[in-house]
Structures are given as C-alpha cells and as structure tokens.
Design a protein around this ligand. Sequence first.
Ligand code: NAD
Ligand code: TDX
Length: 333
Amino acid sequence: MRILVTGGAGFIGSNFVHLIMATNPGVEVTVLDAFTYAGERASLAGLQSSVHIVDGDVTDPATVDRLVGRSDAVVHFAAESHNDNSLAEPWPFVHTNLVGTFTLLEAVRRHDVRYHHVSTDEVYGDLALDDPARFSETTPYNPSSPYSSTKAGSDLLVRAWVRSFGVRATISNCSNNYGPRQHVEKFIPRQITNIIDGVRPKLYGDGLNVRDWIHVDDHNRAVWSILEHGRIGETYLIGADGERNNKDVVERILVAMGKDAADYDHVTDRAGHDRRYAIDSAKLRHELGWRPWFGDFDKGLMDTIDWYRANESWWRPQKAAAEQRYKHQDVVV
Ligand code: NAD
Ligand code: TDX
C-alpha cells in the first residue's frame, strides 16, 4: 500500500509516520508538507531513506494531483493548527484548512483514492464544566474560533464529497494530543520548555478549562484502524477519557520537574476560550475494537518531559519566536 501523508512533518503526522514505519514495514509512505513554522525535517530524522519527502503545499492542485495519482490512500493531517495564531491572523487557516482540503478532495475524486480526514473535537464547540454530556458523532457542529470553524468547514466538505461524488472517505475528530515532537507553542510543551528555561508557566484565565488529553500514539493507532477497517462515509470520535483542567496539568508538570506546584502565573485569557471538551469514543471502541494504550497520564507526561529534556536541539530553534508571539498575552492577572 502507498500512503500519502499530508502534514507528515508536523506533530501528529510525524508521529504517525514513525508509528507506521515501525509497525507496517510493507507500507510506502510519501510525506507532503509545506514546512511552515510548524513543520520540522528533524521530526522525520532516521526515516529519510525510507520515506519520500515532498516540500509542497496542499493548496497546490498540480502537486496534489501528481502525488494523489500515485497513492492508494491519503491521510490528511496538514493544517494550520493553533487557536491563538488563528485569532491573530485567520487567513492562513481559511486557506490551508479549507482550500487545502478542497484541493485534496478533488484529487481523490479524480483518481478514486481512499481518503482519511484528520479533524478535531473543537468542531463541536464547548461544554459547561458541570454538564454531564460528552461529544459524540451526532453532536451538532458549533465551532468557536477561526481555527475550529475552518476545521468544521473542512469536515463538511468531506461529507459533501462522500455524498455527492461517492468519494471513499472517513473522518476522525480527536481530543487534545500530547507527546513528543509537539510544537512549543502548544500548552504542555510550552510549559515544559518554560520551566527548563527558568520561566514561570502561563495559565490562561482561571485555568479551570478542561481538555480531554490523549497520547499521540493512541490517536494515530486509531487513525490507522479507521483507515484499514472504518466504514466509508463514517465519522469516528477519538478520545481516551482523559479530562483534566489546565491548572491540574500545569501543577503536575511543575511537580514532575521538581518545582513547587504553585510556581506559575495566571495571564490574560484567550479570546472566546472554549471551556471544556469531552469525547465519547464508544463507536470507535465497539466497532473497531480500539483501546488507548497510554492509560497513565502521569507516566505519559513524564516521558514527554524526558523527551523535551533530551531533545533541546529539536525545540530550541522554535522557542524564542513562539514566545514572541505570546508577548501581548503574557500580562499577569
Ligand atoms: P502541527 O501544526 O504540528 O502540524 C501541521 C503540519 O502541517 C506542519 O508540518 C506544517 O508544515 C504542515 N502544513 C501546514 N500548512 C500546510 C500546507 N498548506 N500544505 C502542506 N503542509 C502544510 O499540527 P498537529 O498538531 O500535528 O495537527 C495535525 C492535524 O491533527 C491537524 O489537522 C489538526 O487539526 C488535527 N488535530 C490536532 C490535535 C492536537 O491536539 N494537536 C487534536 C485533534 C486534531
Ligand atoms: O500558554 C498557554 N496557557 C494556557 O493556559 C497555552 C498555550 C494554552 N493554555 C490553555 C488553552 C487551552 O485551554 O491550555 C489549553 C490547551 O491549549 P492548546 O495547547 O493551545 O490547545 P487547544 O487550544 O485546546 O487546541 C488543541 O487541541 C485541539 C490543538 O492545538 C488543536 O490543533 C486541536 O484541534
């Protein structure tokens, strides 16, 4: 099988490529990545000889058509992925997430190639802290940010291309991922690398916002399972029952790194900050037999801390620019 992995130099995409190369040696992988600020060649270190890497844009129809035409399946990870960036400058999100998905859909339609669309639980909006509900495949779309609205729009394009043109596609909506090779702009790596640098972690607002954490390898094993066994036209939610508030997470990181649990600052809240995400992954578990392997959050967090400690050369070049983008938000409240 020949797979085209878009965004394969990003956080989740690169971990997907490492996982597939380790577990399915017969699979031929081509990575299509534009190497934006979030794409790192170093994330594919050790795989260069076995993976075909193309520096190109998912919004470029000629490149996409050529690569899709010689693939059996496409797994589409490429996106502008960070909410804070989408508030500062929405256009790249509209362009990559909507036009990029459209471009891929047209190519898989032309070549009749299997397509898996990687999306987020943020398309469902948020839940109140005291709401017993969780998101499921039937929850209405209600995105809050430019990022999540463009992901929601891209999901709807996929659904329309399945129904109108018979494209062989599946969609997955996953909760917050953590693990190695995540950009330092994101919550967990930002706080780990701040602590390494002797800087106090920054918690937005009251810090009680809840995210449903899942290890990136558990997400990627689910994506592979859906690609192999998922029903065409179906959506699967991916989550590992990992609800925690941000305050709890930052305190765990501080303690795991030998600091006082109270050694952080509350800073200006994110505009429109979603309160809580929570996933019901019963469909994925019952239909495809998927289960998370990383049940122990503290262990997964410790492994992630160890990875950032051991791989400073990977993240250091990103750090100053990422912190510069946060300057306006770093007002202690
Ligand atoms: P990331 O920002 O780490 O990586 C995105 C990758 O896409 C980068 O390598 C970047 O260079 C590439 N890219 C961006 N624009 C491109 C373009 N126009 N053409 C080609 N490549 C381009 O993102 P991530 O966290 O790995 O997220 C991957 C996917 O998973 C996204 O679709 C995101 O919406 C989804 N997702 C992420 C999470 C999470 O917690 N991070 C959770 C659920 C779903
Ligand atoms: O410095 C920070 N302080 C802070 O309190 C940062 C960077 C974040 N936060 C909060 C905001 C969120 O409540 O931490 C939580 C997690 O923030 P992010 O890492 O930015 O993730 P989130 O906005 O929840 O979105 C992530 O999960 C869903 C990914 O970035 C998306 O791509 C994915 O779709």
